[in-house]
Design a protein around this ligand. Structure first.
Ligand SMILES: NC(=O)c1ccc[n+]([C@@H]2O[C@H](COP(=O)([O-])OP(=O)(O)OC[C@H]3O[C@@H](n4cnc5c(N)ncnc54)[C@H](OP(=O)(O)O)[C@@H]3O)[C@@H](O)[C@H]2O)c1
Length: 344
């Protein structure tokens, strides 16, 4: 079988580097180019302390005619221009930015405060949460890889939403390692500000990731089974003084009492056969240790004394299942490869 030929735009960011690490153990890919604007002409090993001695080229000079798929590890707003060029060249695209996650350009403007520059491509983009959209991803020309926080929230709530057990308001209280903010330094991610500290930011209904959480969860709701209230996510992200990992603790009011064992069974049935999703037994709680440095998601389900409240804990590695690992999982699906190739 011919290898999948690929290029990475924005290879010198954290998601690009993580993808490059994963590709080292992928037997069915051939790396054709890595782009960087500020380091074009240098070698990758000049930019990161690592042994990867690949050349870096500018996006303009990347040989698009030599690849089957492009990974775009670029900031939102910058990515859409390159996605358009990639698609015009007839190449499949996996975009790690937020540019193609929202189906409605008005919603993009509302949450990202800028006009969408390639709205004609929104219709062909498939939201790449692999476990939920696998069949569409198989044939997609453009995959919009999910955000890191939304991957935890959507996977944690999906079994309930699909069963008609979650509607109205849910609370997602999430903590992320500092790599979630990307490699460019800022005051918030400065060592002295982030280290030995633990801070909430953008709490309430303001963080941009809420848009994709509500959009994608709305896709699976069964309003005829519940009191027809669309899901509204109250989202409280926090900055954890660690490099990578996300833990989201999700609070849901159930419309009817379920036992913890019944709920664990519901989650296990929903994700039966999913090798990257681990549903913990009753009494155990998901932690970062369950998932960091892997493509796995760990989910625990706890029902406290109040039988109508449910607490779901979801952990993942923001750079792997929350970004580059899921992107590679999607590439495997798109090219008919074993879905776990290159992934732990
Ligand atoms: N970090 C995470 O945990 C995570 C998780 C999920 C999704 N994402 C998304 O994935 C994308 C990449 O994230 P990241 O954390 O890897 O970001 P990052 O560390 O800031 O890296 C961004 C990359 O984009 C390049 N770049 C910056 N501005 C550019 C422009 N105007 N045109 C072309 N290239 C440009 C940079 O290269 P040069 O400066 O060398 O040119 C760098 O290689 C973002 O959209 C982010 O929201 C990130």
């Amino acid at each position: 079988m011919a290898k999948v030929r690929l290029g990475i735009y924005g290879a010198t960011g954290y998601t690009g580097f993580e993808l490059l690490k994963l590709l080292q153990r992928h037997p069915q890919t051939e790396l054709v180019f890595l782009t960087s604007e500020s380091n074009a002409g240098a070698r990758f090993s000049d930019v990161f302390a690592c042994p990867f001695d690949y050349p870096l080229v500018s996006s303009e000079s990347a040989p698009l005619d030599q690849i089957d798929v492009a990974f775009l590890c670029l900031p939102h707003g910058a990515s859409m221009d390159w996605v358009r060029r990639v698609r015009q060249a007839g190449v499949r695209a996996i975009d790690l930015s937020a540019d193609f996650r929202l189906t409605d350009p008005q919603e993009y403007r509302r949450w990202y405060k800028e006009e969408h520059k390639a709205p004609e491509l929104l219709g062909e983009a498939v939201y790449g949460l692999t476990e939920l959209r696998r069949d569409e991803i198989r044939t997609a020309g453009l995959v919009a890889n999910p955000g890191c926080y939304p991957t935890t929230a959507i996977l944690g709530l999906y079994p309930l939403v699909k069963q008609g057990l979650a509607s109205g308001q849910v609370i997602v209280d999430a903590k992320s390692g500092v790599s979630g903010a990307g490699r460019s330094p800022s005051l918030k991610t400065h060592f002295v500000e982030a280290h030995d500290n633990f801070s909430p930011y953008n709490i309430g209904h303001v963080h941009r990731h809420i848009a994709e959480m509500e959009q994608e969860l709305g896709r699976w709701g069964r309003p005829n089974l519940v009191r027809a209230a669309p899901l509204r996510v109250i989202f409280s992200p926090h900055l954890l003084p660690i490099n990578q990992g996300i833990l989201s603790t999700i609070y849901v009011q159930l419309p009817q009492p379920w036992t913890e064992n019944e709920l664990v069974s519901l989650y296990r049935e929903t994700y039966a056969g999913e090798r990257f999703i681990q549903i913990l037994p009753p009494g155990q709680l998901a932690t970062l240790r369950h998932t960091v440095y892997s493509n796995r998601v760990a989910i625990s389900v706890t029902r406290p004394d109040d039988p109508s409240t449910l607490i779901v804990c979801v952990s993942e590695d923001n750079l792997i299942k929350g970004a580059s690992g899921q992107a590679l999982q999607n590439m495997n699906v798109m090219f008919g490869l074993e879905e776990s190739l290159g992934l732990l």
